[in-house]
Design a protein around this ligand. Structure first.
Ligand code: FES
Length: 422
């Protein structure tokens, strides 16, 4: 399930990892916890979402700073080092800042009584803060730029995007699919009711249908002024310019944290990430897992809790309203509730995913703030059309519905797109 065995180095130690998993997953599986430190107070930071959207896992890989460990594959010999820490992310002496300025620190007003001391303080602050150090080697040249002219561009390779792209390609329309994850499949890879095998099957079906799948490729901006509109896409080694007659946004939703004291402690992880580790990588993220949940996703949590229990974990579900805090030094060790303390070695947070609607908004699509949908969902009519001509949306970006319903929505909207093109 985890692919071919490879050796990587994380924080100076050689680890046995597997080619199909991310460096963050390999780190967690081998007991690695803290990956880096926050840039001001040097508080421990590590993975939360496992899908490239929270920045908790920024590390230096092969001399390049600020790469996401959860989106970097385990290539043989990969070298990972924590950032913003001395001497290491696990034991960071600079964490004294958090202790010394426990009531907060405004570096703009630090030692302003004396100009000499202020200059000195600024020098020290500049050395201690910031996000990573410059790369070991400067980029030699600009990356290649490839151009695509297609009938349909689908953004998002989760259940809705894969279903939509497969349908438009089978309908005879040239289709390109853009997905920012290590492997397409999205939430299919995180939910025990669907699973990794279904994700692989849907991905293979898309390729077989003729879809050009751009994996590990992020849609970074839509530029309407360029030739009727171009989507700029960044892959690790090149850039793409995509021109399409029809656009389908299937970007799904982001995992979000829930509001409770000390919810940023390492060891507090999105429930969907815990599902991804188990379903996609075969890694049980903890032996004693507390799931803090929002009632809106109770069915999803029930399925995840059953899968974690079946894998051997002790699982406790706690409604958000019961939680009063978390405990632990560099990793969560307990949840405080109104009924007392619950020991654990992992806290999973289950909330309604927030629609990933920035891209459609850039293309001028209207959005609606909808609490039940978890944020700003893209507004669509019954056919899946947005407020922008030739732009469609399907799946969780239009409001959370879960992987199975999202896939059905993707296929339904693709049928409408084919009808409109005809
Ligand atoms: S960005 Fe890597 S865990 Fe969130």
């Amino acid at each position: 399930m985890r692919g071919e065995a490879v050796e990587v180095r994380i924080a100076g130690s050689a680890l046995r990892a597997y080619a199909d998993e991310s460096l963050a997953a390999a780190s967690l599986a081998s007991g690695g916890r803290v990956l880096s430190r926050s840039l001001k107070y040097h508080r421990p930071r590590t993975f939360f979402c496992f899908e490239g959207h929270c920045s908790g896992c920024l590390v230096r890989i092969g001399g390049v700073p600020n790469l996401r460990a959860c989106q970097a594959p385990c290539t043989p010999g990969a070298e990972v080092v924590g950032q913003n820490a001395f001497p290491s992310a696990e034991i960071d002496l600079l964490g004294a800042v958090d202790f010394l300025f426990s009531r907060g620190m405004d570096h703009h007003t630090l030692m302003t009584g004396s100009s000499v001391l202020n200059k000195l303080a600024n020098k020290v602050v500049r050395q201690l803060s910031g996000l990573g150090k410059l790369p070991d080697v400067a980029a030699a040249e600009l990356p290649d730029v490839h151009r695509f002219d297609v009938d349909v561009c689908v953004i998002g390779g989760g259940p809705a995007g894969l279903a939509a792209a497969t349908a438009t390609s089978r309908g005879g329309r040239s289709t390109v699919l853009v997905d920012d994850q290590l492997r397409p499949g999205g939430s299919l890879r995180t939910d025990p009711r669907t699973g990794r095998q279904l994700a692989e099957t849907r991905w293979a079906e898309a390729v077989q249908a003729g879809v050009t799948v751009l994996a590990r490729s992020t849609a970074i901006g839509f530029f309407p002024e360029d030739d009727g509109g171009v989507l700029a896409v960044a892959a690790p080694d090149r850039l793409y310019r995509i021109y399409a007659r029809q656009w389908i946004w299937a970007t799904g939703g982001y995992v979000v944290n829930l509001p409770f004291p000390d919810n940023d402690r390492p060891g507090v992880i999105a429930a969907r990430a815990v599902g991804r580790l188990l379903i996609d990588h075969g890694i049980l993220a903890g032996d004693k897992i507390c799931i803090v949940e929002d009632a809106a996703v109770a069915d999803d949590v029930a399925a995840l809790a059953a899968a974690l229990s079946a894998a051997g974990a002790e699982v406790t579900r706690i409604p958000l309203a019961e939680v009063t805090g978390t405990r632990g030094r560099s990793w969560a060790s307990a949840v405080d509730t109104r009924r007392g303390k619950l020991d654990c070695d992992l806290i999973a947070v289950a909330a309604t995913p927030a629609p990933a609607s920035e891209g459609p908004r850039q293309q001028g699509c209207a959005v609606v703030l909808d609490e039940a949908a978890g944020g700003f969902r893209v507004a669509v009519n019954d056919l899946g059309q947005t407020s922008t001509p030739n732009v469609w949306a399907c799946g969780d970006v239009t409001g959370y519905r879960g992987p199975t319903a999202a896939a059905a929505d993707g296929a339904r909207v693709a049928a409408q797109v084919l009808g409109a093109v005809r």
